[in-house]
Design a protein around this ligand. Structure first.
Ligand code: AMP
Length: 571
């Protein structure tokens, strides 16, 4: 396929306001792509060259792209900068200033060029390569190439839509589960697409876990109290709920890979965990646990703020000495060629206990088998006294359900009166200019939404206007202006029209007093019934760099939180 054709598909994806149409365009694109190139087409559609867990970054700023555009077009840098100021999008600038026909490069050729730019060491080399590439592209091709380079393709195509379009490529949308299963086992949609075109249905059905490819993590449902925990799980395991980083640790011969909850590569941030895993006597291994900083003298857990400081590029070694982390291991997913995710929880746990024998950096999570409400309550009280945020309950016979939230695992958290027990992660879909003191900043309130996996859309839940400092508002506006859209995004469902629409990309955490019913919002809205909204929402922290929009709280979770809150009130 020519890169020009791909760019034309991108143009159509950018223009659509309907999620169904987005799906149809994607299906058309995937059917027309050459078999050999489908994997690359999938990555490029997501604005990437390789899956994000590989950690390949372009390292090319908007500023460098502008320099390259100036050289490739012969226009003065100041004119390019002026256009960028006006459009806020290097893609639109490229479209405006490049006037060539283009050399008709194929998708693979452009992919290779982009790859060389990402791999080039020095800034100078990167710019030279980029200038050469721009000289070979037409304006519309360049528009999308430069957007990919700065990490901002602005299409907002979700994984679920890609999965569905790939399923239809197999002949039936109902194959979605099969495609999804493979994706859950490797977090690599390009690899899934390649498997699908080369090995067909059978290849997909036989898809296996491979160390080095993150498994999408299993998630927990909420329960209101100890009584519900026992009612749902019966005789079960309960564990301390540690408040740190969830990590999935892979060992493959002499290599160790550590991934975050969102499958981001984090190996270099945890040298002590890497070292400890190397010492386990297994050739291939995938385990999960929660890492947190522990005061070695008192044995107490440090607050999350201390643990999170580890998420940095420099000074990791010093931090690992000052605040060493422990990994509280709670699951085993793979061991020496054997898939453990399909085995019952207790079998996985027993094998894990055999593996983690020496206790230093690696510890086992505290676990107790219980069958009465009273036992759960006692364990819970004890956990709270130790400064933990709550407990987890696990069904004894359940497999590890990759990429899904269900009642195989439940969480019971402490709650505070007059406040929701949990925070919510919401996606920013637009903003309002704001009134009064905020008007001078040009941003006053955010329109935010939660995710609905079944339709792969974002449903509005709340306006959020507090919780950020003035500096944070200023940075937020800058970040949002870089992804602003001329129209509502195809995957956003909203009855409210903000002053500025943006691509659903950034996730923020909010706390609120209560969930209420509201006719203004689309989260949980069915027919003429009202939807759900937040009462007194306020942002906690800044934009979550560790969460994709699809990792936001789901509509179902909002409904569940609403029900739990009602129940607690009556009691
Ligand atoms: P939440 O983030 O509130 O949805 O709670 C689920 C999270 O609790 C998981 O994703 C883990 O990061 C964390 N967690 C802490 N302790 C445990 C444990 N013992 N078992 C499983 N997950 C745990």
């Amino acid at each position: 396929m020519k890169f020009l054709e791909l760019a034309q598909f991108f143009e159509r994806l950018e223009g659509t306001t309907s999620r169904l149409e987005m799906f149809q365009i994607l299906y058309e694109l995937f059917s027309q792509a050459d078999k050999e190139e489908l994997g690359k087409v999938v990555y490029l559609t997501m604005g990437e060259l390789v899956p994000s867990f590989r950690g390949l970054e372009f390292g090319v700023s908007e500023k460098l792209v502008m320099e390259a555009l100036s050289k490739a077009s012969g226009l003065k840098l100041s004119s390019i900068q002026k256009l960028y100021k006006e459009f806020g999008d290097v893609g639109k600038v490229a479209l405006e200033v490049l006037k060539r026909e283009g050399k008709g490069l194929s998708v693979s050729q452009v992919y290779e060029e982009l790859y060389s730019i990402a791999r080039a060491r020095g800034t100078l080399d990167k710019v030279m390569l980029l200038i050469n590439l721009l000289k070979a592209l037409s304006a519309i091709e360049a528009k999308f190439a430069v957007r990919i380079i700065v990490g901002n393709l602005r299409l907002g195509v979700g994984e679920a839509t890609i999965i569905e379009a790939l399923a239809l490529l197999l002949g039936d949308r109902n194959y979605r589960q099969l495609v999804e299963r493979a994706y859950n086992l490797c977090s690599d949609l390009g690899l899934v697409a390649e498997t699908l075109v080369h090995k067909g249905l059978e290849g997909l059905a036989e898809f296996k876990i491979q160390p080095g490819y993150p498994i999408r993590m299993a998630l927990a449902e909420r329960v209101a109290d100890a009584e519900e925990l026992i009612r749902r799980l019966g005789r079960c395991a309960i564990e301390a709920k540690y408040d740190g980083f969830r990590l999935q640790v892979h060992k493959k011969d002499k290599e160790v890979y550590i991934y975050s909850r969102n499958s981001e590569p984090m190996t270099e941030m945890f040298p002590e965990i890497k070292q400890a895993i190397m010492e386990i006597s297994a050739r291939e291994l995938i385990i999960e646990g929660e890492a947190l900083a522990v005061n070695e003298e008192t044995g107490e857990f440090y607050p999350f703020q201390i643990t999170i400081q580890r998420k940095r590029k420099y000074g990791v070694y010093e931090y690992s000495k000052e605040y060493p982390l422990k990994l509280f291991c709670f699951d085993l997913l793979y061991l020496d060629g054997e898939d453990y995710t399909v085995k019952p929880f207790m079998d996985r746990r027993k094998r894990l206990e055999d593996l983690i024998t020496f206790r230093n950096t690696l510890e086992l999570s505290d676990l107790k088998i219980v069958q009465s409400t009273k036992e759960v309550e006692e364990f819970f009280e004890d956990a709270i006294l130790r400064g933990l945020e709550g407990i987890m309950g696990k069904r004894l016979d359940a497999p590890y359900t990759a990429g899904s939230r269900n009642f195989n695992w439940v969480k019971l958290k402490r709650s505070y009166k007059g406040q929701l027990a949990d925070t919510l992660d919401v996606v920013i879909v637009g903003y309002f200019y704001g009134r009064g003191a905020r008007a001078k900043l040009g941003i006053g309130t955010l329109l935010t939404a939660v995710y609905e996996p079944s339709s792969d859309t974002f449903k509005t839940l709340s306006k959020v206007g507090s919780g950020f400092t003035e500096e944070e508002w200023v940075s937020l506006k800058k970040m949002l202006d870089e992804i602003k859209l001329d129209h509502k995004h195809a995957r956003v469902d909203s009855l409210i029209t903000p002053d500025v629409w943006v691509e659903p990309k950034y996730v923020i955490t909010v706390s609120a007093d209560e969930i209420t019913r509201s006719p203004l919002h689309t989260a949980g809205k069915v027919g003429d019934e009202p939807g759900y909204a937040l009462r007194f929402p306020r942002a906690v922290g800044f934009v979550r760099s560790d969460k994709k929009p699809e990792d936001a709280t789901t509509v179902e979770e909002v409904l569940r939180m609403y029900q739990l809150q009602k129940r607690v009130k009556i009691e």
